[in-house]
Design a binder for this molecule. Structure first.
Ligand code: SAM
Length: 161
């Protein structure tokens, strides 16, 4: 499979899983978290499909497209290893949906990162909340659920508390 195929599969799966997770959590009141703003494409999509929900972004350095830049008061600026514990102090276990796309091009490094960050994400999840990730996560108390039909297995993962 070419790198182009892998990239397309990741994008298609992100959109499919975000649409699915937004629908499944639509009755929940808690905040939505976007981990890794990047260009802001998935953030922009999340704003489109969840216009009435409070979306907070976690990013070490904001450099997104101007159309996809969150307001300052919705940004946790800095390394997620520092900002996720701060978010827990502020919100507790209330997140209805967390999307994480923090990885780079090195699959092994992404896997190590996912193992390290999983224990900081799990406590933020509300009962019934969903986590959508581009990388496999390592949770003790969240279970992996089925992907929607239009997502490609292995390119995206969904976990539920
Ligand atoms: N989903 C985004 C989009 O659609 O444009 C792309 C996200 S990009 C692949 C990953 C982002 O995660 C980068 O902007 C990077 O700065 C951020 N990131 C990676 N590790 C981070 C960390 N430890 N703390 C905060 N941000 C981090």
């Amino acid at each position: 499979m070419s790198r182009l195929d892998l990239f397309i599969n990741r994008m298609v799966s992100q959109r499919a899983c975000l649409n699915h997770a937004a629908k499944l959590t639509q009755g929940m009141a808690g905040p939505v978290f976007e981990l890794g703003l990047g260009n802001g494409r998935t953030y922009h999509h999340m704003c489109e499909i969840m216009p009435d929900r409070d979306i907070y972004v976690f990013e070490r350095a904001v450099a997104s497209h101007p159309d996809s830049t969150p307001p300052d008061d919705r940004v946790f600026l800095g390394d997620v290893f520092e900002t996720l514990p701060r978010a827990y102090e502020r919100f507790g276990a209330t997140a209805s949906l967390i999307h994480a796309d923090l990885g780079g091009h090195n699959a092994e490094k992404n896997d190590v990162f996912a193992r390290e960050i999983s224990p900081l994400i799990a406590p933020l999840m509300a009962e019934g909340g969903l986590m959508v990730s581009s990388d496999r996560m390592y949770f003790d108390d969240l279970r992996e659920i089925a992907l929607p039909d239009d997502a490609i297995p292995g390119r995206c993962f969904i976990y539920k508390r």
